[in-house]
Design a protein around this ligand. Sequence first.
Ligand SMILES: N[C@@H](CCC(=O)N[C@@H](CS)C(=O)NCC(=O)O)C(=O)O
Length: 216
Amino acid sequence: MTITITAFEQSPDGGKGLARDTRVRWALEEVGQPYEVRLVSFRAMKEPAHLGLHPFGQIPTYEEGDLTLFETGSIIFHLAEHHPGLLPGDANARARAITWMFASLNTVEPPILELVTVKIVEGDKPWSKERLPLVLDRIRHRLNQLSARLGDADWLDGAFSAGDLMMVSVLLRLRPSGILDEFPSLAAYVARGEARPAYQRAFAAQLAINAQPPAG
Ligand SMILES: N[C@@H](CCC(=O)N[C@@H](CS)C(=O)NCC(=O)O)C(=O)O
């Protein structure tokens, strides 16, 4: 059955791979599933056809036969459940890998997203300069905790899993800020994720679209 995902017609990051279709592409590459991509403009994302797929008018979405999903956590969990390669067979190890997926989305990503909000969305507000150090502190606090847990290990819990895929994807959003470099073990962890052939293919596929101006 053909898998179709949606992605930005032109990602605001110009192809740095920070738009969330990249993590879904990466998961698809890890489990060896071919997929098609339907590109959507910002306007089309808010129109009824796309809202029928994604109630919040965002990308990515995932279509496979009569199944439509949104939310990258749900999409990657679905892929990991149905194809080998992203979740361990042992029941407890599997539950822990799923826990890391939730941790990346619910505990690590929120302060990281605040950085985008304070710098870009609220960058022109008089209080944004005062707020920035508070947001940076919250991010550093989480990264300290995460790096303590990772220690010298390659991955968060044994072999590479969907938990690592999601955590690396979330941490990558910090790259432009330079904060990741303050945590060498996390920077190396992210680099290990990026070095995976599946990530490389996913990154190249999104770059092929985003490095060029939209047609017409
Ligand atoms: N929690 C959602 C977030 C989806 C999301 O924020 N997508 C961004 C692109 S990375 C988007 O569509 N932004 C445009 C908008 O919200 O209008 C997920 O993980 O799928």
